[in-house]
Every structure is written in C-alpha cells, then in structure tokens.
Design a protein around this ligand. Structure first.
Ligand code: PLV
Length: 310
C-alpha cells in the first residue's frame, strides 16, 4: 500500500523573507498526494478505523478531508462515502469520485453535511470520519511539526489557517511534543468563517449564524472544543483577514512559487504578504502551507471578478 501521506518539503521563501526582513519558511503541505495536510490526520483516522473493523467510511467535508478520506479508503480497500455541501466545487466532487468514493451533496455548508453524514454513519460496520474533531486526527497532523524540527528549524512563530481547528490542535500537539511550548501561533480565519476568533472573544464556543467566504473549507460554524482549550494553555493569536487578502495572497504565491493553493491557505499566507502585526519581530516565521485541492486557474479568475477591488 502506498503511504497515506508523504514527508513534505520545508523551503525558505526568498521573496517572503525579503518582504518580512526575517527568514520565512514554508511547510509545503500542498504537496501531499491529495493536495493538503488532511492526508496526515484523516489518513491516520481512516487507517485506525479500518484496523478496528470498519467496513465503510463516511466523511462530511468541505472537500479536502473528503478527498483525503476517499484516497485512504481506496488504499485501504473499503467502501467510502463523502458528504459535501453545495459550496464544494463540482470538479472537486469529481476528484473525490475518481478515488472510487460515492459523493452525496447535502446542505448549504459543512455543518449541514456533517449532520447528514453522522446519521448515515450510524449503520453497522460504518465509521464516521470527522474532518477535524478527533484526537487521532490531531496526532496525525502533529507529524508535520516533527518534520520541521528534524529539518533543524526552530520557529519564532508559526502561522496556521483555522477551519474547525483540527490543524491548529495537531500543530500545537506537535509543538509541545518537540518542546516548543512558548512559540507563538497565529491562527488565521477569514471574516466570514471566524468561529475561533469569536470563541476566544466570548470565552466560550460560539456557533456562527452562517458561513460567508470564498474560503469555504474554513467554514465550520463552531470550532472543536479542544481548539479553544489550546488558546488557554499556549500563546495563540486569532487573526482575521478579508477574502480579498486571502485571494491576493493566492495570486502572489502562485507568482512567487508557482503553486496554486485555496483561499483557505491564502488566508494564512496573507499574514506574511500583508505583514500582519502579530508577525512583527518574529524570526524565523514558519507558515503551514495547508494547500487545498479546491482551486483552479478558472476559480481564481472567477473569485477575482466577484470580489470588489481585486
Ligand atoms: N477543511 C475541512 C473542513 O471544511 C474539509 O472538510 O476539508 N486548509 C484547508 C485547505 C482545509 O481544507 C481545511 C479544512 C483547513 C485549512 C482548516 O483545517 P481545520 O478544519 O482542521 O482547522 C469545512
């Protein structure tokens, strides 16, 4: 069986380092076989579920977790069903189908798809693959931090995009495992998906009324409780950017490094392109380039036309 995830490159970005006046390292999760870091934690959870006897996997996803689950399901030889909301691009659905998974379209956002998938997963022999809220996922994502440490880089700060907070939990778990217990983390969301920032402000979990952003894969209306808990035991700065900033970062990143990433990932990159305040004086900066397969030249063009001022 091919590996469910690969070791990704860690580059120093010369253009971004010049911009920041400090070394900027990119952990290139966009280079996973399924285009995002989800390969790690979702792969690990799918494998653990099949080893525990699951004959079928059901996952609700904005796209990337589902793609990772479909890929893992094919390698593991089990039937896989992915429930996506209507906002997941059609050709992303096709990518998932090409892995041999069944795709069901349900609801306007991830939360609606999740309720439907969790109900389907009640069937015997079926495991529910949550896209972000499971300790086995966080343990899988943590592996990317070990790779950074093994490359000999100790960050002065880490930038991470936040949807439901699974990546954040995994990165923080990994950072504590390698002893980076005081290294600040900038946790980035877009304005229409900012459920972590809202929770930190309120001091409790908050459910957003709706998701309104081109960064649909950051669109979890409520973050995992563990993500909020981490903000109480580690220096985490929630940071909210506009869709426009996220999109501009995708375009500039494509020019600088010839790699297409989703606005979910552009949101994290925008902190560097726009020299966000929490990164002032931070050296070196590590950006988790979470990637995302839900992007194309056509979609970048469409978003550019749809957003004012682009
Ligand atoms: N995407 C999830 C949740 O969507 C999914 O189902 O694919 N960057 C990319 C490219 C992502 O796809 C995601 C999550 C994130 C960042 C955020 O990761 P999280 O949810 O672990 O904070 C609604």
């Amino acid at each position: 069986m091919p590996p469910l995830h690969v070791t990704t490159p860690l580059w120093e970005s010369r253009p971004l380092s010049a911009l920041m006046g400090a070394p900027v390292y990119l952990k290139m999760e966009a280079f996973q076989p399924v285009g995002s870091f989800k390969a790690r934690g979702i792969g690990a959870l799918c494998k653990a579920s099949v080893e525990a006897g699951a004959l079928r996997l059901v996952c609700a996803s904005g796209g990337n977790a589902g793609y990772a689950a479909a890929y893992a399901g094919r390698q593991l030889g089990v039937r896989t069903t992915i429930v996506v909301p209507r906002t997941t691009p059609a050709w992303m659905q096709d990518l998932i189908r090409r892995e041999g998974a069944e795709v069901l379209v349900h609801g306007e956002n991830w939360d609606a798809a999740h309720l439907h998938a969790a109900a389907l997963a009640q069937a015997a022999g079926t495991a529910y693959i949550h896209p972000f809220d499971d300790p086995r996922i966080w343990a899988g994502h943590a592996s990317l931090v070990h790779e950074i440490a093994e490359a000999g880089v100790r960050p002065g700060g880490v930038v991470v995009a936040v949807g439901g907070g699974g990546l954040l939990c995994g990165v923080l778990e990994g950072m504590h495992q390698v002893g980076w217990v005081d290294v600040p983390v900038v946790a980035v969301e877009t304005q229409g998906t900012a459920s972590l920032a809202a929770a930190v402000r309120a001091g409790r979990l908050v459910t957003l009324d709706r998701i309104d952003s081109i960064a649909t894969t950051l669109g979890a209306r409520t973050v995992a409780a563990e993500a909020l808990a981490w903000t109480r035991r580690h220096p985490v700065t929630p940071w909210v950017v506009s869709d426009r900033a996220a999109l501009m970062a995708c375009l500039r990143f494509a020019d600088d490094h010839r790699v297409l990433v989703e606005p979910a990932c552009g949101a994290a990159l925008s902190t560097v392109y726009d020299r966000a305040k929490p990164l002032e004086g931070v050296k070196p900066i590590v950006v988790i380039v979470c990637g995302g397969a839900g992007v194309s030249l056509g979609l970048l063009e469409q978003w550019t036309q749809q957003l004012p001022g682009c």
